[in-house]
Structures are given as C-alpha cells and as structure tokens.
Design a protein around this ligand. Structure first.
Ligand SMILES: Cc1cc2nc3c(=O)[nH]c(=O)nc-3n(C[C@H](O)[C@H](O)[C@H](O)COP(=O)(O)OP(=O)(O)OC[C@H]3O[C@@H](n4cnc5c(N)ncnc54)[C@H](O)[C@@H]3O)c2cc1C
Length: 512
C-alpha cells in the first residue's frame, strides 16, 4: 500500500493550523490539511464576521451544535467551521494558562508539558506588541497580541476597571505575566479591529509552500484502520463524494467535540457505547469522550441608564479580573469579565458582568447519538454538580454583584435585570442558580486526554500518539488533561506549536 501523503491533519483550527504550518516547514514532508468548512485565502476575500474581532461569529461559520450545560437544559455550543476553526470566530482573548496548570499536567505523567517546557511554545506563537522585550514574551511569532489602552476602552469597560480598583483588586498591566493576578486590559489577538486567527497567522504565510495542500469543504467521516495501524481517512467532499485518502500518519485536530467523535466512529472508544451503534470495536478505550472540562459561567444582566452606550459595533470584551477564591489553594481560580453589550429578555439596552469558574473539579462527557457522521454527539457538562465548583462559582457571583453596586458601575445601571435582587438573594439561592443556570465559557477540552498508557482513562501519550493504534495522533484541545485557568485558544495553539515542532524537528518520535 502506498501513502498519498506523509501527514494528514484533520481540522484547520487553532491547533491544526499551527501543526500544518510547522510540519510543512520541512520541504521534504508532504502535508495535507483537511477542513470541513470553507477556506478564505487572504483578508480581502474573508467575510466580515471572521475579520471583525469586536464580536464572535455565531452563525455563518458555525457547526450548529447544542449541549446540556446543566441537567435538563439545551443551549447552543458554538464551534468554528472554517479554516482557522474556533480561532476564526472567537472573542480574541489571548490569555495563557498559569504555570500551575501545566505543572499539574506534568504531575499526571506528562513531563513534556511542565511550565518550563511549554513557555518556549507560548513565546514562539506570539508577537506581543506591548511587551516585546520581556523574557517571558515573544516578539516574532505569527499571532499578534495587543491590549486596549485606556483611551480605547468603552465607558462601561473603563468603569469596570475603576470599580475593581475601588473594591481593592490590584491593577495588572499584563495578564500573561506568569505570576499575574488582578484587573487590567485583556491581552487580545487582534491588529486594530482585525481578528488575527490561526488562518491568518499560520496558514496565510504557509499556503504557498508546494508541500502543503489545504482542502476545504472536506469532512472526515472516520479513520481507515488496517490491522493495528491507521492508514488514512474517509473524506466526504461537498459534492457528496466519499474518498479514501492515505497517509503515513494522521493527526486529529478537529477540536474537543469532533476529534473524540471521529475516534468513536472509527471504533476507538468505550465498547458498550460503540456496540450500541453497531460500530466494530478496534480499541476499547474508556477515556474517549470522557473528562469533558469547560469554564462554567453565570452573568448578571444590567440595564444601562444611558442606552446610547450600548453599541454592538464596539468590542464585546476588553478587560479582565483574575483572582483567587477565599480559602482556595488554586491561584486565579476565578475570573470576572464585563461584556459591553448583551441581549436582555425584555429587549432593554444592557451590558453584563460574568462570574467565571476557572479551576474545575467536575467533569462532563460526550457520547455518540448515532454511527452516522452527520449526527452530532450528545454533550453533557454537568456544571456545578460538584459542590466545590458550585460554591466557588457562587462566591464569584456574589463578588460580581459587588461590582454592580460599586459607584463607577452602579451609576451606569438603571436596573439589574438578572438576578431579581428585590426577591432577596442569599447564599443558598446563588448556589442553586449556579447549579441550574450556569453556562459554557465555550472552552470544551479534555475529551481525549493525554497521560501514560498505564492510566486507563488516558487516550494519547504526551506526544499526542493514540494508545493502542499506530500512526494516529490527537493534537488539539481534546488532549488537555484539565482546563487551564484561562480561555483556551492560546493553550490550543501552544499544543499545535509543540506537536508541529516535534513533527518537524524530531520526526523519529513518530516513525518518520
Ligand atoms: C464563540 C467562541 C468564542 C471563544 N472565545 C475565545 C476567546 O476569546 N479566547 C480564547 O482563548 N478562547 C476562546 N474560545 C475557545 C477557543 O477558540 C478554542 O478553545 C480553540 O479554538 C480550540 O482549538 P482546537 O484546535 O481544539 O479546535 P478548533 O479551533 O475548533 O478547530 C477544529 C477544526 O476542525 C474542523 N473539523 C471538525 N470536525 C471535522 C471533520 N470531521 N472533518 C474535517 N474538519 C473538521 C473544524 O471545522 C475546525 O476548523 C472561543 C470559542 C468560541 C466558539
């Protein structure tokens, strides 16, 4: 059997774009990047929703998934379907996890992912425009990062920082400094208003290489497995044609929902679940689709006194507060962020202040609903079922209410529309709200987590190689053992940087 390519990468998202770019730096390596969504080769041909970093793109380049954040509720779960993946549709918050996150990954048997081993990749991926000379920042990477100066903050974002100061939180000028905490401008991957997605940062400069082929509108249905190895993928083109494409190695970078779903459809997953759908079991791997992590969040909705400050054409987010819950030994386990505008049930001009739990103990899972690749999996987060999560998110929500009462913001608020403060809001009520109403930070990860093969629930080793089946890697947010205490885009790109660099510079790890 001959391979058509050296490497097939499935999914041109945050991690997949970085891998395609790094792996194809070796001109002798033939790389095929397959993406289910469309591809736009340059900014001039890219639609406005992907260029516009002021808001997320939810409709035109989305998978249309839904999930159940807490029992009995169904909500949309946006995921980018386009080259650049979710980096092409997201809020452009470019926040690194903190050293303790990666040292915890190391403690679970992944020594290549300790802080001092991931920092070079975080530096390599960025061009920090504000702190280019600091030793923990990079100044020449593909992803440009900037922070809004005070003069560019919308009024409610300015008031948020003033409220933080009045409540005694320290100021933080660089939330990506390893020991940082406190309130300040968000680091964001944008140039002016333009979102610097991984399609722009990584693929645009690489796409001229003759050894890199990007095929868009190409949906990977499953892996081809022969004996004890993967030999390629089954691809459905947008004209409905189904083809088999062969490679020496397949890298799944389809994201934390689709990568485990592809594995399961290919026969790698929990036996009982696969047999239920008549899928031949190739590897009975219990961890595939388990360990679903995310950041649960609960926001208060504030009707603006002056409706003219609410403008959906302005940046949705600009600032952040990171801090540690009282009595917690998990540094920066909480975040509070202001959303400059938001829909309110009564249609009032509103903004929101969100409490976000950054370090979670609880886990959810995703399960197949069918063997049909076009039927989305069932995604259940079970947010705040673990009382340690419910109580810390509740304390964060209480701190968030203090922001709404602090004079810089209180003077801008006509009425708090949610929660109903006139009914009284005690600790028990807030915990109940967290258990019933918390929603996703849109940071699913952990569903094919890495770990040593002796760990029965790990799916890949620390180089991304699937346990028990040769020539397949998983390299995206799925392999995170736990969600970092930060929005997940930069960590996903860092994963792509590391695995892409190994493919380029240490190919013997992967049998090349
Ligand atoms: C609306 C929104 C806002 C967000 N805001 C932020 C933020 O501001 N900051 C932050 O840090 N994080 C944010 N995130 C999260 C962050 O973008 C993700 O964690 C990150 O992009 C995940 O990277 P990934 O490579 O794992 O997956 P993705 O970037 O999602 O890439 C997966 C790619 O695989 C493709 N694919 C999937 N299945 C198949 C298949 N079967 N065949 C072929 N291709 C396939 C997809 O179309 C996609 O291009 C946000 C996410 C969303 C959706």
């Amino acid at each position: 059997m001959t391979a058509d390519h050296d490497i097939i990468i499935v999914g041109a998202g945050s991690a997949g774009s970085a891998i395609a770019s790094r792996a194809s730096e070796d001109p002798n390596r033939d790389v095929l990047l397959l993406e289910a969504g469309p591809d736009y080769a340059d900014p001039a041909s890219t639609p406005f929703d992907l260029i516009n970093s002021h808001n997320n793109s939810y409709r035109d380049h989305d998978w249309g998934l839904s999930h159940s954040p807490t029992e009995g509720r169904t909500m949309p779960l946006p995921r980018g379907k386009v080259t650049g993946g979710s980096s092409a549709v997201n809020t452009t918050i470019a926040l690194r996890g903190i050293p303790e996150d990666f040292n915890e990954w190391n403690d679970h048997g992944n020594s290549e992912w300790a802080w001092e081993k991931v920092l070079p990749a975080f530096k390599r991926l960025e061009r920090d425009l504000d702190f280019p000379d600091v030793d923990y920042h990079g100044d020449a990477g593909p992803i440009s990062i900037r922070r809004y100066p005070e003069s560019e903050l919308v009024e409610q974002q300015q008031a948020f920082l003033e409220a933080a100061r009045s409540l005694g939180y320290p100021y933080c000028d660089d939330a990506n400094a390893p020991d940082s905490t406190g309130a300040g401008p968000h680091p964001m991957n944008k140039l002016g208003r333009m979102r610097v997605s991984c399609a722009m940062g990584y693929l645009a400069p690489a796409r001229a290489r003759p050894n890199l082929t990007i095929e868009s509108n190409s949906f990977v249905r499953r892996l081809i497995v022969e004996g004890d190895r993967c030999t390629g993928v089954e691809v459905e083109r947008d004209n409905g044609l189904i083809e088999l494409v062969r490679a020496r190695s397949v890298v799944l970078s389809a994201g934390a929902i689709m990568s485990p779903a592809i594995l399961k459809r290919s026969g790698v997953g929990p036996r009982r679940e696969l047999e239920k759908f008549g899928i031949d079991v190739i590897r009975d791997t219990s961890g595939v689709g388990g360990n679903l992590c995310d950041h649960p969040a609960l926001a208060i909705s504030c009707v603006a006194k002056d409706p003219s400050i609410i403008d959906a054409d302005q940046p949705l987010m600009q600032t952040i507060l990171r801090y540690t819950a009282a009595g917690s030994d998990k540094r920066n386990d909480l975040q509070i962020e202001l959303l400059s505008f938001g829909a309110n049930r009564q249609g009032h001009a509103s903004f929101a202040i969100a409490a976000v739990l950054e370090y979670t103990f609880g886990r959810g899972d995703l399960r197949l609903a069918s063997a049909d690749p076009h039927i989305a999996p069932v995604i259940e987060n079970r947010f705040c079922e673990d009382d340690r999560d419910a109580h810390r998110l509740a304390s964060c929500f209480r701190d968030t209410l203090a922001f709404a009462k602090a004079p810089p913001l209180a003077s801008m608020i006509e009425q708090v529309a949610f929660p109903r403060l006139d009914r009284g809001i005690d600790d028990e009520t807030i915990v109940k709200l967290c258990k019933e109403r918390s929603g996703s930070g849109y940071h699913p990860c952990g569903t094919a987590r890495m770990g040593p093969k002796e760990d029965p629930d790990s799916v890949v080793n620390e180089f991304g190689q699937l346990h028990g089946l040769a020539n397949v890697l998983v390299a995206d947010a799925s392999i995170m053992p736990s969600v970092p205490r930060a929005n997940t885009n930069l960590t996903s790109i860092m994963i792509g940087e590391k695995i892409g660099e190994w493919l380029r510079a240490s190919p013997t790890i992967y049998g090349f």
